[in-house]
Design a protein around this ligand. Structure first.
Ligand SMILES: [Zn+2]
Length: 246
């Protein structure tokens, strides 16, 4: 693995001449995560998964994008959202730059729900013009490992926000940023059409929590991250095979 933020250009030149030529980009957000987790939660998680993945793939790790399309939580102070178009443009610009530098594949590790479609649009645009292949990963295997480690119920199927899973992951990667004394469960009543149409999340939960963070542990967080890294690596290997790279 080579970390671009701390590498020199000569080291990257050598990596591109003999390495995997895979780049991994963590795409995060600055978004409310309840009274007990930092606004950078999604960025910290995406960075941890991307770091593990870059290690397994012997890839180049890009610095995490710290902002995302988080309009659904911007009613709470601290959330700073960029538009879907900006997310697409950032990803497209990074892909174009990597393509000119000679990379073979960009893997985006997405840390926030609101980035999903905008990142896929960037991947689609690159494919449509025959550019650098871009694969967007939305934590493959997360629900599966969640079901295995969680002691608390989901607030809604697959909904993971400031809950036991997210709190466990931050406990694993940045424990000093978790205010364990402020952890409190919240199971908001969700509208009948939750998940069927776009809607703001913030008004649904006064504290911003969806679930119960209290059973969270760093050990669970390490298991979650390790599982998502392994599942992500399996996806990328299939893509590499499909592209004829390995
Ligand atoms: Zn989150």
């Amino acid at each position: 693995m080579i970390e671009l933020a701390s590498a020199t250009w000569e080291e990257v030149r050598d990596f591109l001449s003999g390495g995997s030529r895979i780049a991994v980009l963590p795409f995060g957000a600055l978004e409310q995560h309840g009274p007990h987790l930092p606004l950078a939660t999604d960025t910290l998680q995406a960075d941890a998964v991307a770091r593990g993945l870059a290690d397994v793939l012997e890839a180049a790790l890009l610095p995490a994008i710290p902002l995302g399309n988080t309009w659904s939580n911007d009613a709470l102070p601290g959330t700073v959202s960029i538009s879907a178009d900006t997310v697409t443009a950032v990803c497209s610009d990074v892909a174009g730059s990597l393509e000119r530098a000679g990379y073979a594949l960009l893997v985006v590790v997405n840390g926030d729900f609101g980035n999903r479609l905008p990142l896929q649009r960037a991947a689609e645009a690159s494919a449509a013009r025959g550019g650098l292949p871009v694969v967007v990963l939305d934590y493959p295997g997360l629900v599966e490992i969640g079901d295995a480690v969680k002691e608390s119920p989901w607030a809604a199927p697959g909904l993971c926000h400031a809950d036991e899973l997210e709190t466990s992951m931050v406990l694993a990667v940045a424990p000093a940023l978790v205010h364990t004394d402020r952890m409190a469960p919240a199971y908001p009543e969700l509208p009948a059409d939750f998940g069927l149409r776009q809607m703001a999340l913030a008004p649904l939960s006064p504290t911003g929590v969806f679930g119960d963070p209290r059973p969270a542990t760093a050990e669970k967080g390490e298991r979650i991250i390790a599982h998502v890294v392994a599942e992500s690596a399996a996806v990328v290997r299939r893509v590499l095979t499909g592209l004829g790279i390995v």
